[in-house]
Design a protein around this ligand. Structure first.
Ligand SMILES: [Zn+2]
Length: 692
């Protein structure tokens, strides 16, 4: 929205014109004027922005004209401009520059924000207008993107329950309320039970195999809880890092049992909670017109149906199991030499020995070849230049939200301005862990905006005057996150709802995973991987060894992932008339039925600590990681079949897929690139999984 567009919006009384959010930024690409923005400005603009959007919607509803695409759907797309500006800054700062003051505002604003979106999506008058536009959509002369936008809005509202009558809405409210309570309890039980399951070791000799730093950390963990000895605390997945190192088999066994039985008995038993949640989700799905919760979730995703998810997972089970069994044979032989009959708690230990003995790779030794700036400019940017013809010009005159943030202007092959790319690479207090991409401005023709995107990493800053050296994992992460950035930068859609990475969850990781392929592409690698002191290129032997080592253990990794995924699916395929009384028996049966029951390889998460699906946003959606990877591996194969790093290939991938954001059917975009439906063969080959 521009200032020249008065619209029917009454100016929100509470927002002073001096607030930098009051009008769109006048900086290039509408980059937020970070130097002028305070957290108090954010707070005021968020509150005023919600009021302004409610006023905009009220004006839209007051329009006496019959509902049309323009006066309803487009009007909604234009609404909330002030709120959008403030949210983009505030929520990104909450991830990258959190503070007590910010968290205070977050606590104040989060419930207002939830109530605001509920008020919009459950407004019967608004839904009635959208429903009317939806009903007449095929006679309204809409183009494909417009048609898709109508359907998208309609589905959003239907999934929120806007189509229900008063009694239905009340039932939905109660279900959501109870589910939210159960989800909180699940998460809290898990925290308490995980702490309680930590394994106390009194004899230091039992820790043989751990590094001195790890032993020290275990001693510190014990002291912190006022206990004598050493405490091995648990991480979320079934496999515990210490299992790969501990020589003491009895201790490995204890750690394994502690991990797998977490939150499965006593007052913090999550079994009954998971069962009730699965049941209530089934009831809610039926209320909203779906057979099961899995079908409801799939409707909103690339997969579309739970049958499509089944087909994909089914194709992977047999080869993954065959490979896990083959790995088990190798490990059993090694264990037998120690007089040990291989059990689940021995797997990681012997697997690590195979890795060390067969594929001697010291990833730390490669760091001098991966200097941050060189990786970024001569690697990541260079690959994008060769593929897409774009160039990157530093803009030190433009300021980010923190002194560490650097800004580049991106230009296309024809010299046309594309957008801004911001890089925020170093770890610091107040920045959450991990790596991600996000945006401050999304591209949209409707609003006349061009993209301002950024990447956050958590690289440890080198000592003053020293170059920052990355691990190979960090190099891959940078290519990955930049793949998301390109998805945002190349967006060429009309409507903001479809901009850049606004695609389904089971699709969004796919373009970023594809971009990882260029990290080890010879032409790119030889350009950036130069020794920081001597300039010597990285030896091909080292690259080959890394690639070979990465393949070991894929049978195990795929089976443990599939176990968790198929468990997630089984819980969410229940119909409302089935109630599970014994969660553990249900789990055992589900794994057996899916063909992934294997004592030596437990699922990556068991029901009682499956946080993603019972206390996170991934219910019936844990499959999406591998779904994206199938598309990724098949696309990597397509690039290779067509000569790899060539402008022609980049132009196809950009034009038919990256630039389309969510404006087209995602699998249609995939087919437009690949020329056919996705095939699981390339993924199996990449993971070294040969069909049984
Ligand atoms: Zn990603």
């Amino acid at each position: 929205m521009s200032t020249a567009e008065p619209a029917a919006t009454p100016a929100p009384e509470t927002l002073s014109p001096a607030n930098p959010f009051a009008a769109p930024s006048t900086l290039p690409y509408e980059l937020p004027p970070f130097a002028d923005i305070t957290l108090e400005h954010c707070r005021e603009a968020l509150v005023a922005g919600m009021a302004a959007q409610r006023a905009e919607v009220a004006a839209l509803l007051a329009d006496p004209a019959a509902p049309t695409f323009d006066n309803t759907v487009v009007a909604l797309e234009r609404s909330g401009a002030l709120l959008g500006r403030a949210e983009a800054v505030f929520w990104n700062l909450s991830s990258s520059m959190s503070s007590d003051e910010l968290r205070g505002i977050e606590r104040e604003v989060a419930p207002l924000s939830a109530a605001h979106s509920d008020a919009l999506r459950l407004d019967p008058a608004l839904f009635a207008r959208i429903d009317a536009v939806h009903a007449g959509r095929h006679e309204a002369g809409l183009d494909d993107e417009q048609l898709r936008l109508v359907e998208r809005y309609h589905l959003d509202f239907v999934l929120a329950g806007a189509g229900l009558d008063d009694a239905g809405r009340e039932q939905l409210r109660e279900l959501n309320q109870r589910l939210s309570e159960l989800s909180t309890t699940f998460g809290q039980n898990l925290v308490v039970a995980t702490e309680a399951a930590a394994v106390l070791v009194t004899d230091a000799a039992q820790l043989d195999g751990l590094s001195p730093a790890e032993v020290e950390a275990a001693a510190g963990a014990a002291t912190e809880r006022g206990q004598e000895g050493f405490l091995l605390t648990l991480v979320l997945p079934s496999g515990q890092p210490a299992m790969a190192k501990l020589r003491d088999r009895e201790l490995r066994h204890r750690l394994h049992e502690a991990s797998l039985t977490r939150a499965s008995a006593g007052e913090h038993d999550n079994g009954p909670i998971a069962a009730e949640m699965a049941h209530l989700r089934a009831v809610r799905a039926r209320l909203l017109g779906f057979d099961t919760h899995a079908d409801l979730i799939a409707a909103d995703q690339t997969a579309r149906t739970s049958a499509a998810v089944d087909e994909l997972l089914g194709a992977l089970v047999t080869p993954a199991m065959a490979n896990a069994r083959a790995e088990a044979e190798v490990l059993a032989e090694l264990a037998a030499a120690d007089g040990v009959e291989l059990a689940a708690w021995d797997w990681a230990y012997y697997s690590e020995r195979v890795r060390a003995e067969r594929y001697a790779v010291d990833s730390g030794a490669l760091r001098p070849w991966f200097e941050l700036d060189r990786v970024l400019v001569d690697g990541v940017f260079r690959a994008a230049e060769l593929l897409y013809g774009c160039t990157f010009t530093p803009r030190p005159d433009l300021q980010g939200y923190h002194p560490d943030v650097r800004v580049w202007e991106v230009f296309g092959a024809d010299g046309a301005a594309v957008g801004l790319y911001l890089g925020d690479f170093f770890a610091r207090d107040g920045k959450r862990g991990g790596a991600w991409m996000s945006s401050f401005v999304d591209q949209s023709e409707l609003l006349g905006t061009r993209p301002v995107v950024f990447n956050c990493l958590n690289v440890t800053r080198a000592a003053a005057g020293q170059p920052t050296l990355l691990t190979m994992d960090e190099v891959t992460t940078l290519f990955h996150e930049f793949g998301h950035a390109l998805h945002g930068l190349f967006s060429a859609v009309t409507y903001p709802r479809f901009s850049g990475t606004s695609v389904p969850r089971d699709f969004v990781e796919y373009p970023s995973q594809v971009n990882e392929m260029w990290a080890l592409w010879p032409e790119v690698l030889s350009h950036y991987a130069r020794h920081v002191e001597t300039g010597e290129p990285l030896a091909q032997d080292a690259v080959d060894a890394m690639e070979a080592a990465a393949l070991w253990g894929e049978g195990f990794a795929t089976v443990e992932y599939l176990g968790a995924t198929l468990l997630d699916q089984a819980w969410h395929r229940l119909t409302p008339d089935t109630e599970v009384t014994d969660a553990q028996a249900f789990e055992a049966r589900a794994l057996a039925d899916a063909g992934v029951a294997f004592d030596l390889v437990p699922p990556r998460y068991r029901t009682t600590y499956f946080q993603h699906v019972f206390a996170g946003g991934y219910s019936a959606g844990y499959y999406s990681y591998i779904w994206s990877e199938v598309l990724d591996a098949d696309t990597v194969e397509w690039f290779k079949e067509n000569g790899g790093l060539r402008r022609e290939n980049g132009d196809v991938f950009r034009g038919r897929l990256l630039s389309r954001g969510g404006s087209v059917d995602p699998l249609g975009a995939f087919r437009a690139v690949r020329g056919r439906d996705a095939d699981t063969g390339p993924l199996l080959r990449r993971r070294g999984l040969t069909p049984a």
